[in-house]
Design a protein around this ligand. Structure first.
Ligand code: UDX
Length: 442
């Protein structure tokens, strides 16, 4: 099928490349000529494992191209995916200006029936709003709107697109559903379930899924706080909970709170949407409060490890991205942790395998190091903030030798407390009271 994908950010680019890989003819559009020029020169503007390969393969095979000419792309396409940003407004609701503008552009270039699909995470009711714009100014042509939310995780987005757990299609007519099934045809042979529903439910599924995963994280982060107080080990508790198939083992890893481009934004948007509809979503609001609180507690944990005073102390931060395998620092827990320590007078030196450039735009006042060993140099403490694989098997003798005081604060529970202690570190982690009392091993 001839498809236009509007917006070549993270979601748009992965969607465009993935749809082309399914055999569709895809034009990816963006109003930013610099982005399109770069893409036409084979440069991928974001770090996402495997994205460069899938883009170049589909460009070479003639199924994927890039343009700034939205009108032309719309006229040529039967289906148009909207994948522009919906950044949060100060009140937590999503800014729909870009989506609205795209809807108007589509309406202005309707030269036949168009299937318009929202991929961006949009507030409930946005599909209907787009439908209205197409109806009012769509040259009398039929515009059907479908909600088809993405569930892409940064770092494994290509795999998530090509082999999703499910495809959600929110539509109001049979023809649209059939067209969507055609677009995703290769997924039928993989027996991927399709959830077909109305537009509002599909829009809500995205928020509810992200909100629920965020809830699991805030829940286990609170359990970790209790573990520290009662002498428990949160990893054992998570395992014991997660083996109940009704709960499941995923998203029960405690740490410094969730970040990234989705969970904080979508949880907050969901709470705002609920309030706007006259219902305070109490659990979601608590999940957000816990997430803010946990980040501050991480600062306290580090300060405590340094005997209550970080003024003039050098603290090395391992990892700045909100999670491994991405250069994304949006809402990264490392940000409030660093700011909190700086406010107390600490000097910060840091290293991240991918997000140093993004970090420089946020923090000018930290020293950037070449690797983990540089981060340990002369430090009074090092803090593992992002669980990159590269940090799992460090030469800890070398790390310890480089440090002024061997304080190691592991915010991701990556290291074995007993081993770290045997190596001579003053080690602390999250929700593992076995840091002080060895749990019975299974
Ligand atoms: C998430 C959703 O997984 C994806 O389906 C959606 O489309 C976009 O948002 P992403 O933001 O890429 O994807 O990251 P994810 O791997 O889900 O992690 C989000 C945050 O939660 C990270 O800060 C991570 O460190 C944290 N997290 C995750 C935990 O603290 N504990 C866990 O057990 C899992």
């Amino acid at each position: 099928m001839d498809i236009a994908v509007i917006g070549t950010g993270y979601v748009g680019l992965v969607t465009g490349a993935g749809l082309a890989d399914f055999g569709n003819d895809v034009i990816c559009c963006d109003i930013d000529p610099k982005k399109i020029d770069a893409l036409n020169n084979g440069q991928i503007p974001i770090y996402e494992p495997g994205l460069d390969k899938i883009v170049s393969r589909n460009v070479d095979e003639g199924r994927l191209r890039f343009t700034t000419d939205l009108g032309d792309a719309i006229s040529r396409s039967r289906a148009i995916f909207i994948a522009v940003g919906t950044p949060p407004k100060p009140d937590g609701s999503a800014n729909l200006t870009y989506v609205e503008n795209v809807a108007r552009t589509i309406a202005a270039h309707m030269n036949g029936p168009k299937l318009v699909i929202t991929k961006s995470t949009v507030p409930i009711g946005t599909g209907r709003m787009i439908e209205q714009i197409l109806e009012e100014s769509g040259n009398g042509q039929k515009g059907s709107v479908v909600s088809n939310p993405e569930f892409l995780r940064e770092g494994s987005a290509i795999e998530d697109f090509l082999k999703p757990d499910r495809v959600v299609i929110g539509a109001s007519d049979e023809e649209s559903i059939e067209l969507m099934k055609e677009i995703y045809a290769p997924l039928h042979s993989l027996e991927i379930p399709f959830v077909v529903t109305n537009v509002e439910s599909a829009e809500l599924i995205k928020y509810a899924a992200n909100g629920f995963l965020a809830t699991k994280i805030s829940f286990i982060n609170e359990v970790a706080q209790i573990c520290e107080r009662v002498g428990g080990n949160v990893q054992d508790v998570a395992l014991g909970m997660g083996l109940d198939t009704r709960i499941g083992p995923k998203f029960l890893q405690s740490g410094p709170g969730f970040g990234g481009s989705c969970f904080p934004k979508d949880s907050s948007a969901m709470a705002t949407i609920a309030r706007a509809h006259g219902y305070p979503f109490q659990i979601m609001e608590a999940v957000l409060r816990v997430n803010d609180d946990i980040k501050q507690r991480m600062v306290t944990k580090i300060v405590d490890a340094l005997n209550g005073d970080v003024k003039g102390k050098t603290i090395g931060i391992l990892g700045l991205a909100f999670k491994p395998d991405t250069d994304d620092m949006r809402d990264s827990p490392a940000i409030p942790v660093i700011k909190g320590l700086q406010a107390l007078g600490a000097r910060i030196q840091a290293y991240d395998p991918q997000s140093m450039e993004n970090s420089r735009a946020i923090f000018e006042n930290i020293d950037y190091c070449d690797d983990a060993y540089g981060t340990a140099e002369g430090a009074d403490a090092i803090v593992l903030a992002t669980e990159w694989n590269a940090f799992r098997a460090l030469n800890f003798e070398r790390i310890k030798k480089a440090m002024k005081v061997p304080n190691l604060i592991d915010l991701r529970n990556v290291y074995d407390p007993q081993r770290m202690k045997a190596l001579g570190f003053y080690y602390s982690s999250v929700g593992r009271a076995e840091d002080v009392r060895k749990a019975v091993s299974a």
